[in-house]
Design a protein around this ligand. Structure first.
Ligand SMILES: *Cc1c(COP(=O)(O)O)cnc(C)c1O
Length: 392
């Protein structure tokens, strides 16, 4: 387990670079989150909802035909089977219980592709809390089905109309809302990003993934340590959750994959580790893609969930300390991996998850190796892209 210091730094990354107006909110959350997350009553209700509402534990599936192809033992951690189709609900269930415990009645969130917005609107419906989701006006047009889902769940979707009208602008609007409504509102962030304590809090809520992997491997192969754990990285929450309980098991190789888009040298990319450098985004110090004069660069990836110009500070730290390796995967490599998993195992993955699967042909695996790949989500939301790219 790797924890940030009490100011939220993992080495030099993280912290809380926020406007003064937000300090009381963030300070209250920082003072309370660990006590709440560790309390008996929270743990009971969180695990009950993960089990009966989200459908956990998610299976650890031995992919036999994929294993035969790569001449190793390939295990798939099936986060795609969660309610709402990805790992995101693990986090929103935890944070909604925390918000309720802190007496907040109104939830705000930002969303890019709409997946986090849907997961947030879902738990707000479950708990009967008001929900406002900020979304770039461009994204609202591009992601109509998710906008409809959020509205159906009772959320208000507010367009962000500044800048490029995408995720970055939606985040600014959400922060502005929080400053204006500090007393009744909880800001529910969707990944291991943002000011401390969000990165650590979200990592702990997603850590259920690696805790289950360990138990499941133990009962299936007699040891809880695989040779590799592989996950895709947008902000980095499914990867943080997949790595969490393995961080101190040095024999386990941890690999995160980021979206290279058209290639790391193409200018059309979201590979913030391969192409970025140190800077501040969304309240924390981390790797991000920026121009020479410090403007944040607009990211590109075929996968909306990985289309983010930064990376959670934990991953920046794991990269520099070499505890984890991060590899860029292009759009085309991800698309090949989508079709490979679909045809070999009968599982249509999300485009994001395909970025993790696309590492398999790049590794030099041994027959005895056990490789766990986290399938972060299902491909239903990506069918329009698949229809175009595969001529279906
Ligand atoms: C949102 C999303 C991601 C990226 O977010 P992380 O915080 O990096 O996990 C990956 N996969 C799916 C299916 C998603 O919906």
């Amino acid at each position: 387990m790797i924890e940030p210091n009490n100011k939220g730094f993992y080495g030099e990354y993280g912290g809380a670079y926020i406007p003064e107006m937000l300090i009381p909110n963030i300070e209250e959350l920082r003072a309370k989150y660990l006590d709440i997350l560790n309390s008996e009553s929270f743990r009971k209700e969180y695990h009950l909802l993960l089990c009966d509402y989200a459908g956990r534990p998610s299976p650890l599936f031995k992919a036999e035909r994929l294993s035969a192809k790569y001449n190793a033992n390939i295990w798939l951690k099936r986060e795609d089977l969660n309610h709402t189709g990805s790992h995101k609900l693990n986090n929103t269930i935890g944070q909604i219980l925390l918000a309720r415990e802190m007496g907040r009645k109104r939830i705000i969130a930002e969303t890019g592709a709409g997946q986090h917005g849907v997961a947030t609107a879902t738990v707000c419906a479950l708990m009967g809390l008001d929900c406002v989701v900020y979304m770039g006006a461009t994204d609202i047009e591009r992601q109509a089905p998710n906008v409809a889902r959020m509205r159906m769940l009772g959320a208000e979707v507010r367009p962000a109309t500044s800048g490029n009208k995408t995720l970055k602008d939606a985040t600014n609007e959400a922060l502005r809302d929080w400053i204006a409504n500090p007393l009744d509102t909880f800001y529910l962030i969707g990944s291991v990003v943002g000011p401390h304590p969000y990165p650590d809090m979200v990592a702990r809520l997603q850590a259920i993934i690696s805790s289950e992997i360990k138990e499941q491997l133990k009962s299936k192969i007699g040891t809880n340590l695989p040779d590799y754990v592989i996950a895709c990285v947008g902000g980095g929450s499914n990867a943080a959750g997949s790595f969490y309980h393995f961080l101190e098991d040095e024999s386990v190789k941890l690999i995160g994959t980021e979206a290279a888009g058209l290639g790391v040298n193409s200018g059309e990319t979201a590979a913030s580790m391969a192409c970025g450098d140190k800077g501040i985004i969304h309240g924390s110090m981390t790797y991000l893609m920026q121009s020479d004069d410090g403007q944040i660069t607009e990211p590109y990836s075929i996968s909306a969930g990985l289309d983010y110009p930064g990376i959670g500070p934990l991953h920046a730290f794991l990269k520099d300390s070499k505890r984890a390796d991060y590899m860029p995967i292009t759009d085309d490599e991800a698309l090949d991996a989508v079709m490979e998993l679909t045809r070999l195992e009968g599982i249509i993955p999300a485009l994001e998850s395909a970025h993790a699967l696309a590492v398999l042909p790049k590794l030099k695996l041994k027959t005895s190796d056990h490789v766990v790949v986290t399938v972060s989500g299902r491909g239903d939301k990506d069918m329009k892209t698949y229809m175009e790219r595969f001529n279906l």
